[in-house]
Ligand binder design. Structure first.
Ligand code: CO
Length: 134
């Protein structure tokens, strides 16, 4: 059911410092910061030949990554995003299998303008999983 790895998201406290590490130390192609107030994060997109990395910094009050950074003060991998062809069919299959779909199960429009869902980390090997319809 899942297809390509769309991106790995890394939560960071200092987006400028993290972007510098990827641009200068690792020599990657790094975007300018993109504030996404509706998602409570500012994002830097890193384009690799086979996938993307997204650096996420909290934006505003009640950011969804604030708690994660409290538990992981150095930052860390926040979620992985897999592509699916039909997000509603994927959701229904996962719910039938007993998996927990976050946010009431209705897809939202994600950072790339496409429908996304998040799956409970306790059902997926301790990793928050994002599904994106492509
Ligand atoms: Co994501």
């Amino acid at each position: 059911m899942i297809g390509r790895l769309n991106h790995v998201a890394i939560a960071v406290r200092d987006l400028a410092a993290a972007a510098r590490i990827y641009r200068e130390t690792l020599g990657a192609t790094v975007s300018e910061p993109s504030p996404q107030p509706e998602h409570g994060v500012t994002v830097v997109f890193i384009t690799l030949p086979n996938t993307k990395i997204e650096l996420l910094e909290p934006l505003g009050e009640g950011s969804p990554i604030a708690g994660f950074l409290d538990r992981n003060p150095d930052g860390g991998i926040h979620h992985v995003c897999y592509e699916v062809e039909d997000i509603l069919a994927a959701r229904d299959r996962l719910i039938a299998a007993g998996a927990r779909v976050l946010g009431g199960g209705e897809p939202k429009i994600g950072a790339h303008g496409k429908p996304v869902l998040f799956l409970h980390p306790k059902d997926f090997c301790g990793t928050l999983v994002e599904l994106e319809q492509v």
